[in-house]
Design a binder for this molecule. Structure first.
Ligand code: NAD
Length: 256
């Protein structure tokens, strides 16, 4: 379905981003990966799906590096047809104790990077009159949780950016939508499970059950594969008139 298209997925060396990159590759899209840590493993996983894969190591907190990444995608594959703004980090602390540098980093990586990548990728999509911008927000783009002020502020911002981008392009073939996952067991969440287990002197399994029990009625993690399937739907012809939604996949978290 996506043969001949190029998808750039930020923060795709791990977790949800890698899951979405693989789901888009399985539909034939060439992939530009981005993110830190091991690159060769994720590259091989995507290449095994029979598509071309490239990598750019832009730090998503740095606008100049985001510009270089979009230019890299244009030089390598002739443009970005599908942009998945996914890179993100977390820090947990009460507002009065929240380190200023963590606030600035979360706002930059989780929110402003989506603005920069979007503004740079849009002209190419508009010229082709086809494009998909998929912002990986969170249930925290819809509701709050204690000790996550920067993350919740950034994710609400991403949902707002999603709506405005969708509206500005509503008469074109360019759509913009957000995905709002509940808990997904990636390194980002494993750290929170480990912290809970250590703080309470409980096992990892008990900490996991507690984490899910507090928020997620299904008592199950959403998977990167499920989120990838939703991204594929947004890219399908059936998604042509899906514009500006914030679609949660959260085991009932926000239904409560
Ligand atoms: P993860 O830690 O597994 O992956 C994060 C990715 O972002 C990695 O590839 C990492 O290298 C990259 N990254 C981090 N900082 C970066 C930077 N400055 N520049 C470029 N890349 C950077 O986490 P994840 O759980 O897969 O999270 C992906 C997205 O999904 C995030 O936006 C997160 O907020 C969101 N999300 C996660 C969950 C969850 O439960 N895991 C739930 C809702 C939303």
């Amino acid at each position: 379905m996506l043969k001949g298209k190029t998808a750039l997925v930020t923060g795709s060396t791990s977790g949800i981003g890698l899951g979405i990159a693989k789901a888009l590759a399985a539909q034939g899209a060439n992939i530009v990966l981005n993110g830190f840590g091991d690159v060769e493993g994720p590259k091989a996983e995507v290449a095994a799906l029979g598509v071309q894969v490239s990598y750019h190591g832009a730090d998503m907190s740095k606008p100049a590096e985001i510009t270089a990444m979009i230019e890299h995608a244009e030089a390598t594959f002739g443009g970005v047809d599908i942009l998945v703004n996914n890179a993100g980090i977390q820090h947990v602390a009460r507002v009065e104790n929240f380190p200023i540098e963590k606030w600035d980093a979360i706002i930059a990586i989780n929110m402003s990077s989506a603005f920069h990548a979007t503004r740079l990728a849009l002209p190419g999509m508009q010229a082709k009159n086809w494009g998909r911008i998929i912002n990986v927000a969170s249930v925290h783009g819809l509701v709050g949780s204690a000790e996550k002020s920067a993350y919740v502020a950034a994710k609400h911002g991403v949902v707002g950016l999603t709506k405005v981008t969708a509206l500005e392009n509503a008469t074109t073939g360019v759509t913009c939508n957000a995905i709002c996952p509940g808990w997904v067991l990636t390194p980002l969440v494993q750290k929170q499970v480990d912290a809970k287990a250590a703080a309470q002197g409980i096992s990892n399994a008990d900490a996991t059950r507690q984490l899910l029990g507090e928020k997620e009625p299904s008592m199950q993690f959403t998977t990167p594969e499920e989120l990838g399937a939703l991204a594929v739907f947004f890219c399908s012809p059936a998604g042509d008139n899906v514009r500006g939604v914030a679609w949660n996949m959260d085991g009932g978290w926000t239904a409560q």
